[in-house]
Write a protein that binds this ligand. Structure first.
Ligand code: NAD
Length: 359
């Protein structure tokens, strides 16, 4: 029997509409092959939502997302909205989406594809075979802790404040997901903190060690975040799964991303305990190339594959997409961001068409 899924599409800004169109075409073809029927419903977020409604995350968008099985997001933001007050900025819409859907965890794979090794800024022998998953806490830590704001001191000087805070239950929840993710991979988990300086990190480390007792099959290690950053570029193959807080995860997952050569290739999944997840590329809205048919749609397409695997439990369809991506790269198709000598230059649409052909 055909399985039916309701997908909310959030194209957002910049290259968003171009790349999400490719992902939708791919999902339709894979759906036909795997007996899955997707109904797609678009909603506004980011700058596009600001222009239409004055808000970066209209309530109607959140309602639509909550009623769907999964949310496929492209990217938000652009020069046009950069000078608005913080609460009206596109990024506020993204934070609101994460909080509104209780997306407490962000999974970001950084895998080196053999065809793209030479696109990495590191040497081949350092990056060949890299396969890392960063599990980042997403709804706590310094991005959400209170007090926050810019206040006046007694002397009238301005003072900016953010608060890095985690409760025990917030740490336990992400730590468990870290261990479970490692179990599905090579069974090694590295917890990253700054326990030598920060009290919040000491609690983080204590709780991760306590939770580890339930996962005797996972080998646990700890690194301070500064050392973790260094190790990621020195010897990235030592890592399997990394679990860390919101701020450290934001920075480390971008560093891990660059090991792979192009940010245009990297998908991500944001998961909630029981509602729909949000699947989106790691990159932003790339306003510098928007509307020029230059964007690499593969991170968005691979995000759709993550949606099938982690959100809808359709691993066969996910694998079909991932193999399709490997095949178009093997065939030599490259967008500008991953171009190298002797390959076939193509644009966003061309890459999509090549992908549909191999599928
Ligand atoms: P960016 O990721 O948009 O772009 C960085 C560079 O990578 C640019 O040169 C861009 O052209 C290139 N690039 C990105 N994605 C690409 C793709 N798919 N194919 C080819 N090249 C690609 O980051 P930025 O320039 O720092 O930010 C631009 C806007 O995006 C800002 O408004 C920022 O706030 C927003 N942003 C949004 C998200 C998100 O929606 N999750 C994430 C990061 C940045």
């Amino acid at each position: 029997m055909t399985k039916k899924y309701r997908i909310t599409l959030l194209p957002g800004d910049g290259i968003g509409p171009e790349i999400i169109a490719v992902a939708v075409d791919v999902l339709k073809v894979v759906g036909q092959k795997c007996d899955l029927e997707f109904s797609f419903d678009e909603a506004l977020i980011g700058g596009a939502a600001i222009d239409a409604t004055g808000e970066p995350l209209p309530e109607a968008t959140l309602v639509k997302c909550r009623q769907s099985d999964s949310v496929l997001l492209a990217a938000i933001g652009g020069y046009k909205w950069d000078n608005l007050p913080r609460e009206q900025r596109p990024e506020t819409g993204l934070l609101g989406l994460r909080a509104g859907l209780d997306l407490f965890a962000n999974l970001r794979p950084a895998t080196i594809l053999p065809q793209l090794i030479d696109a990495s800024s590191l040497k081949r022998e350092i990056v060949e075979g890299v396969d890392i998953m960063v599990v980042r806490e997403l709804t706590g830590g310094v991005y959400f802790g209170k007090p926050k704001g810019i206040f006046a001191t007694e002397t009238g000087e301005k003072r900016g404040v953010n608060t890095m805070a985690y409760t025990q239950s917030e740490i336990d929840r992400i730590a468990k997901l870290g261990f479970e993710t490692a179990q599905k991979r090579q069974g090694r988990l590295c917890s990253v903190d700054k326990a030598n300086v920060l009290d919040v990190s000491q609690l983080w480390r204590d709780r991760v060690i306590a939770i580890a007792k339930d996962y005797p099959d996972v080998e646990l290690s700890h690194l301070y975040v500064d050392n973790a950053a260094m190790q990621l570029v020195r010897a990235p193959k030592q890592f399997d799964t990394i679990v860390t807080g919101n701020l450290f995860g934001d920075i480390l997952s971008d560093a891990a991303a660059m090991l792979t050569g192009s940010i245009g290739m990297l998908p991500s999944a944001s998961l909630s305990a029981d509602g729909p997840g949000v699947y989106e590329p790691v990159h932003g809205s790339a306003p510098d190339i928007a509307g020029q048919d230059k964007a690499n749609p593969l991170a968005q397409v691979l995000s759709a594959a993550m949606m099938l695997r982690y959100g809808l439990n359709e691993p066969l369809a996910a694998t079909m997409i991932e193999e399709g991506v490997t095949k178009v790269l093997d065939a030599g198709y490259r967008t500008g961001d991953i171009m190298s000598a002797g390959m076939i230059a193509t644009g966003c649409k061309g890459m999509g068409e090549a992908l549909l052909k191999v599928l």
